[in-house]
Design a protein around this ligand. Sequence first.
Ligand code: PNW
Length: 487
Amino acid sequence: MSDKVSRRQFAKIAGLSAAGMTGPLECADAMPAAVPRSAGGFPQNFLWGTATSSYQVEGAVDEDGRGTSIWDKFVRIPGKIEDGTTGDRANEHYHRYKDDIALIQQLGCKAYRFSVAWPRVFPDGDGKPNPKGLDFYNRLVDELLKNGIEPWLTLYHWDLPQSLEDRFGGWRSTETCKIFGDYAAYVAEHLTDRVKNVFTLNESGRFVYFGYGIGIDAPGLSLPQAEVNQIRHNTALAHGLAVQAVRAYGRRGTRVGPAENIDACIPAIDTPENVRAAEIALREMNAGYLNVIMTGRYTDAFLKYAGSDAPKYTDAELKIISSPVDFLGLNIYAPQHYIVASDLGAGFMPLPIPKAFPHMNSDWLRVGPETIYWVPKLAANIWKTDAIYISENGTSGDDQVMQDGKIYDTDRIMYLRNYLAQLQRATSEGVPVRGYFLWSLMDNFEWVFGLNKRFGLYHVNFDTQVRTPKLSASFYRNVIANNAAGA
Ligand code: PNW
């Protein structure tokens, strides 16, 4: 995971302003009105949004009765965070949320995806709620609505109350699943008068393996495969319990679904055989979480492959896990597997990824715009869903601040333009993608990379907390205004 930011020389930019270049958000103002709208158009009412998560932006970790999360503890283990930073302050969003909502509004976004910090609402995970914790989300939601922005709430974006890790072994125990269900019920009861859409857990596919399998994320454990499989099963159960809690305690009509970093499979070449193989691969590579959520069973191939490491479960649990959802949230970044058809095994073969495959400023973030075309298309086919949301997509970048104080992140614009063109290709073919949340509104605490990796549309100076729109903020504003990816 050593992905150091290289220290680049500031480019010589003298003369740029003389050449008529204006600052980021002003660029869009200066655009001629007649931008072609037909090419690359998205469906009417397509939901444009942006996203953050609690631990990555809030800071204020000791304020108003917030309990400790596993990330508060994990970031203090020497060597775990690449630049030695923590989320103690992060973006100070807990105090600056009004200003940050103004930034969302300036983009023209219709929706904002944020997460609730479980230890703010229940400092110990269970027991007595902390009213001041919930109050923050009341204020946040009200301010969003005041600005005409739909709040899309995530119940769990990795900040598990430390108390649950200490008492029950965190996600190793179904006790944590049940308590998560109670927490989901409480949040649904108090916020769904205004919040109409709820994501359950963010990226089981990441936090289970990275947190409990290889120790890169909190809580930093390296457990045997059988335990990792059981933990993954438990997170699927927690998802199902949260779906049921939202149905039982939320206002009627509240919509709920997962937000998963689906393991992305793409046909290496667009032939009917490869497309079929990629579809099988997508189902099998996601058998441990999304497929069991959407179908209520573990596939034969998954169980055979896991062998004696397979999770233990009951039919009653499978029923809870597969409680019907209202939408499928997919976090889509890098292409994970290029697939060809094969006579062997389950009928597919993932190809090795060449060393020279291009990637963005994060090593893992390979550039494969067609990922956001194929994955929703295949997913809609496999799981027969009629509402998919891209719950995250975006990239980190070099994001150097130039001598004129601006950030010309043409690499991010390149990435977004190409991904959005492929997303438009999908919607134009009738793939039911209803909305898109760009990760992220602003630079923030990027987990193991600390403050080293910047994913924001707004640059954040973490010393002064000043937010500056990057050129990509203008790009995204233009996309939203035209409802089109642009050429
Ligand atoms: C997601 N990978 O994480 C998370 O949901 C966000 O909190 C995070 O900031 C964002 O993406 C950017 O990293 C991922 O290695 C991290 O494939 C890494 C991977 C996938 C998702």
